[in-house]
Design a protein around this ligand. Structure first.
Ligand SMILES: Nc1nc2c([nH]c(=O)n2[C@H]2C[C@H](O)[C@@H](COP(=O)(O)OP(=O)(O)OP(=O)(O)O)O2)c(=O)[nH]1
Ligand SMILES: [Mg+2]
Length: 140
């Protein structure tokens, strides 16, 4: 067992793959500073004590983008070790309901198709999410 890894902070993150009626997915560009500064991501954030994963994702998406979504089924769960912390990414399919997406906590927002998503730089671990989306919902 790796003692240093086991003593790192652990973050449980709710991650939203938000679909609109055109079959596009909402992605956001993180602000410039920090580990993933300037990378694109699926919006989401840390779960709070006592919160369900569904409530976490709904709350994070309202805080970050000012929109209302319906949180659907879990798409996948990813465990990943970064240098200074470990994460569990709980990725859910979600449906856009209402509100104009706003850059409340990010630099940019885009609605993209699965064909276009390769043009954006995500954290490496996100390749797993994109591969599953392609497999389940892609045209090829
Ligand atoms: N929301 C989101 N997080 C991701 C993705 N891919 C990925 O590796 N992560 C990681 C990077 C971040 O460290 C973490 C997201 O946490 P967060 O949005 O609360 O941002 P943060 O860690 O900067 O927040 P904080 O601890 O400083 O309060 O999960 C993704 O697609 N979406
Ligand atoms: Mg976040």
């Amino acid at each position: 067992m790796n003692m240093s890894l086991s003593s790192l902070p652990h973050k449980v993150i709710g991650v939203a793959v938000i679909w609109n009626e055109q079959g596009k997915i909402l992605i956001d560009k993180r602000r410039p500073l920090g580990l993933h500064g300037g990378f694109w991501e699926f919006p989401g954030g840390k779960i709070e004590p006592g919160e369900t994963m569904e409530a976490c994702i709904e709350r994070e998406i309202m805080e970050e983008l000012g929109i209302v979504i319906a949180v659907g089924a879990r798409l996948m769960t990813i465990e990943h070790d970064y240098t200074n912390f470990t994460v569990t990414l709980c990725v859910h399919n979600c449906r856009y309901l209402s509100g104009e997406p706003q850059t409340l906590e990010c630099d940019e927002i885009r609605w993209v198709t699965l064909e276009e998503i390769d043009q954006f730089t995500f954290p490496k671990v996100n390749e797993q999410i994109i591969a599953v989306l392609r497999k389940n919902y892609g045209v090829n």
